[in-house]
Design a protein around this ligand. Sequence first.
Ligand SMILES: NC(=O)C1=CN([C@@H]2O[C@H](COP(=O)(O)OP(=O)(O)OC[C@H]3O[C@@H](n4cnc5c(N)ncnc54)[C@H](OP(=O)(O)O)[C@@H]3O)[C@@H](O)[C@H]2O)C=CC1
Ligand SMILES: O=C([O-])CC(=O)C(=O)O
Length: 259
Amino acid sequence: MISVAVVGCGAIGGVVARALHEGEVVGARLAGVVDPNGTRGLPGMSLEEALAAADLVVEAAGQAVLADVGPRVVAAGRDLLVVSVGALTDDALLARLHGAGDGRVHLVSGAVGGLDMLRSAARMGPFETVRIVTTKKPAGLVQPWMSAAEADRVRATDRPLEVRRGPAREIAAAFPRSTNVAAAVALAVGDWDVVEAVVVADPAASLTSHVITASGAAGEYRFEIRNRPSPDNPTTSQVVPYAVLRAIGDLAAPSGAFR
Ligand SMILES: NC(=O)C1=CN([C@@H]2O[C@H](COP(=O)(O)OP(=O)(O)OC[C@H]3O[C@@H](n4cnc5c(N)ncnc54)[C@H](OP(=O)(O)O)[C@@H]3O)[C@@H](O)[C@H]2O)C=CC1
Ligand SMILES: O=C([O-])CC(=O)C(=O)O
């Protein structure tokens, strides 16, 4: 039985922690939840207590929190499951995580799929082009760094509006709550430079879509994901906590998971 601490009790962490608490993942149980802003009636604990009690710490609190907490988890010899994979656009953080200690770092596939095939294909040979186009409702795409005019334009658009297009590294950092998936694709293909990310605001997008296209030595790929947004946080797809629970189940299982 592995003991799991969840950092962040929002749309993702709240669902994950509740399911663990209720025994829904075979082989795993909730140690407690770390969230200074409240734990939705679930057992709360400090990060220090989590590092002492848990075999696995799930980060579900955001890119900035991962940068702070992640190296401490690994240094304590605990395994870390990363949800805010966009924080890994920072090479220095990645190096710190890898050098911090004995804990292993696992990444969640989150809101997208096809990462297994992209990894297999990248192993055969390089990709020439990879693109991920993310389309969401406008409100969650407005960022503090935008000018007032741009923020208004995004908020008020009455048709699909391309908000940004650029290298995955740049986009995943610029939309930290919305395009972690761009970093996930780049990490899967093992090449930040080949992946272009496009962010589209669409007021009619009742589902969040991520369309991944890739071509290279192994062939041509197209994955289209259309996710229902979380009722708690519409910028997050509702399936994401279930990706986390699947990952925890795989880590806890003696055998039988797809790799
Ligand atoms: N890989 C993927 O596919 C995806 C990744 N994500 C990532 O997951 C993150 C979490 O998403 P989501 O659950 O929807 O976000 P939420 O905002 O719903 O939840 C985040 C929670 O973490 C809390 N928090 C803030 N600071 C800390 C801290 N220092 N320690 C512990 N908890 C803290 C927040 O509190 P408060 O609100 O009071 O600040 C909030 O309760 C996103 O920011 C994004 O980076 C999201 C979607 C998909
Ligand atoms: O949940 C999603 O659809 C994607 C998302 O917010 C992210 O990658 O940060």
